[in-house]
Design a protein around this ligand. Sequence first.
Ligand SMILES: [Ca+2]
Ligand SMILES: [Ca+2]
Ligand SMILES: [Ca+2]
Ligand SMILES: [Ca+2]
Length: 392
Amino acid sequence: MKRNLLLLIMFVPLLIIGQNTITIDGNFDDWTDVPVAMTDPADDVHDTDGDYADDGAPSYVAYSDIDLLEVKFTNDADNLYGYIKATGIIGRTSVDSLGQKAGRYYFIFTIDTDNNDITGYRLKEGGYYPDSKGYDMNMEVEFYNGSYNTGHYLNHEFISEADYNANWLNDLNNRVVRLAPGTYDWYSQWVMFPNDSVEVVVDKGPVHYGIIEIAVSEDGHEAEMVAPMWGFLKTPEGDPIIDLNRTIIVSASLEGSGELSEGSSGPTHSNWGSDTAEPFTYEVKDPATAITLSPAVNAPDKFVLHANYPNPFNPQTTISYSLVKQQNIRLSIYDVNGREVALLVNEQKNIGNYTINWTAKSQNGQTLPSGIYFAVLQAGNEQSVQSMLLLK
Ligand SMILES: [Ca+2]
Ligand SMILES: [Ca+2]
Ligand SMILES: [Ca+2]
Ligand SMILES: [Ca+2]
């Protein structure tokens, strides 16, 4: 049984990874097979502007639109994809025509792109909780005044205003990120276009549609986002900041100005709220590797019949087999004279591991005598055989 479990763990997730295709369309069937990266409790939004005890949680604020519940994260050969489920409506902001000021809302994946605490900034500096260090870049979407505003990248490598002033434009013009110790307050922020041109953006700036895209479900509780890896730019040495077979740390947050929050105390009152899930480690997997390696390393092309257990047996034994593709199979028992004495399985089966108990009885229920029997698994012209000894 342990061996079966191991097989299941080893090759089923790899096959699934190879099949991930996320479409940014506001439908979420494409996320079904992506494992949950992190769950987050309900009703734990905190006041982003509020007091922040050194080792305690910041104060609570009621704001259901910001209350995130679940995070997923995946990639294909070219892109990172993030998914967030929330209690309220993702991206909901107040509009100035309602006699309120225009609100802001952020859908954020903050990334420690080099898996190194020394480079980047500390989440707490931005008022985020739980705290964690080393965050270099963001992929995020801003909603403003009731609608989408920009989908942009952020670079947090600047340690001071002087550092920022001296370097940000040069770095962006050279399409590089230096991965240096940074701060929350000093960052550059840009929308990237498919032709590699950039538009520097500021909060509440004009709408630009670049290569980062987002789609929200009809009920508003779910959203999916894509950020092409090349938009994270390169190091001065020319290495991509994000690439396949890298380990990154990801922190997902929702944040918004609070005109529409339950905690708001008037039409112009702004109670900033944010909710951050615990950060998680993510391997940027190579989908091509996942597809080709899994069957070759862990399983034969079509199926495997494992040794029965116990063996010798009396009268019951367990026969197990694994299928790496959906197929019609036939599992039967033969005696030493080549006579089929029992047919255990004869049907189409899905990919997976299967076990079946056999109690040494023939097809019509007769008890069989001691002796050698053969379990035979057949699919098409191929078969796999295990001999079994019934000892009474
Ligand atoms: Ca989708
Ligand atoms: Ca939450
Ligand atoms: Ca870092
Ligand atoms: Ca939380």
